[in-house]
Write a protein that binds this ligand. Structure first.
Ligand SMILES: NC(=O)c1ccc[n+]([C@@H]2O[C@H](COP(=O)([O-])OP(=O)(O)OC[C@H]3O[C@@H](n4cnc5c(N)ncnc54)[C@H](OP(=O)(O)O)[C@@H]3O)[C@@H](O)[C@H]2O)c1
Length: 287
């Protein structure tokens, strides 16, 4: 990975951080992003120490807003002119329905709009790389159907169920991107990392769990207790594989599971009419 430039959103902690460490160990120049200066600076210093690689940079930006995404791209462009690997890792599982300053529901803004906008605005930099790859992290427990009338939880906000729906929505957008970028030699693949003990899972409250799962909240909390990054490291394997493997060279529109195995896309995502509706809806919110 020497000479490769990798941008990982949300790598100041959790799975993204472990992905950054692995790619830094392989010699890549790694740019991590987050919102918090103190945790960002701590993260780059730790990644440099653990990997022995000094080519680690931090960009501070809130990716849940259009302004934040544009700032991220602007800052990236002041130092780099190509991007070999973009990992859309940052995600959000909000505890209640909230709107961003753009008036977009927060999960949708972070999990769907941010990867959509970032790929679009980074296309110029990706095209300057010899074999550019985009990887986006999805969630688990995906619903079988996409409620196209509840894409921003306008009708109902149902904790982790809605988070999963936003991840499914993102998959539709990524599938479309894979199709649309085929002619430009940019590959777009998605992966499910599996459950890991991170800030995201530790911040889940009983209210966010679906139905009967609320009853087993203490058990859930037990499984997501802090484990010093062990489960996050395991959960970073699919991202690292998709970013580095020669087997994946030139391959696009793939979905990998937590065991780094290729999986079938959910049936609803294979429906071109659903994807078109989601794509058009997302494009409609982008400016
Ligand atoms: N953990 C799991 O069990 C699990 C399971 C399935 C899928 N996933 C997916 O895996 C990805 C990583 O999850 P994780 O558990 O590692 O999360 P995490 O530990 O909560 O880390 C999230 C990262 O994203 C950043 N971030 C969050 N919102 C942001 C925003 N608006 N703007 C900029 N940065 C933002 C955070 O940085 P700051 O707070 O410093 O801004 C942090 O670096 C997510 O897409 C998640 O949906 C996780």
């Amino acid at each position: 990975m020497k000479s490769k430039i990798v941008l990982i959103t949300g790598a100041t902690g959790g799975i993204g951080n472990q992905t950054a460490i692995s790619l830094a160990k392989l010699g890549a120049t790694v740019i991590i992003t987050g919102r918090n200066k103190a945790s960002g600076e701590k993260a780059i210093s730790e990644i440099r120490d653990i990997s022995g690689n000094d080519n680690i940079e931090l960009i501070l930006a809130d990716i849940s807003t259009r302004f934040g995404i544009k700032e991220l791209v602007k800052q990236f462009g002041t130092k780099f002119n190509k991007l070999d690997v973009l990992i859309n890792n940052a995600g959000c599982a909000a505890s209640e329905r909230k709107l961003t300053s753009d008036g977009i529901e927060l999960n949708f803004a972070t999990n769907v709009m941010a990867p959509y906008l970032l790929i679009g605005l980074m296309t110029t930099f990706l095209r300057n790389a010899s074999s550019p790859r985009v990887i986006t992290l999805m969630g688990g427990d995906l619903p079988k159907k996409l409620d196209l009338h509840n894409l921003q939880a306008e009708k109902s906000f149902d904790g982790l169920n809605y988070y999963s729906q936003s991840k499914l929505t993102m998959m539709a957008v990524m599938y479309e991107y894979a199709e649309r970028l085929k002619g430009q030699n940019i590959t777009v693949n998605v992966c499910y990392p599996g459950q890991a003990s991170t800030n995201m899972t530790q911040n889940v409250t009983a209210d966010m769990l679906p139905g009967i799962m609320k009853l087993i909240f203490p058990l859930f909390k037990f499984f997501v207790r802090s484990d010093a990054g062990k489960s996050a490291k395991k959960a970073s394997r699919s991202s690292v594989f998709l970013a580095t493997s020669p087997e994946i060279e030139g391959k696009t529109g793939l979905y990998f599971d937590k065991n780094v195995k290729q999986a079938k896309w959910p049936r609803v995502i294979l429906d071109a009419s659903v994807r078109k509706k989601v794509w058009d809806y997302t494009v409609g919110l982008s400016d």
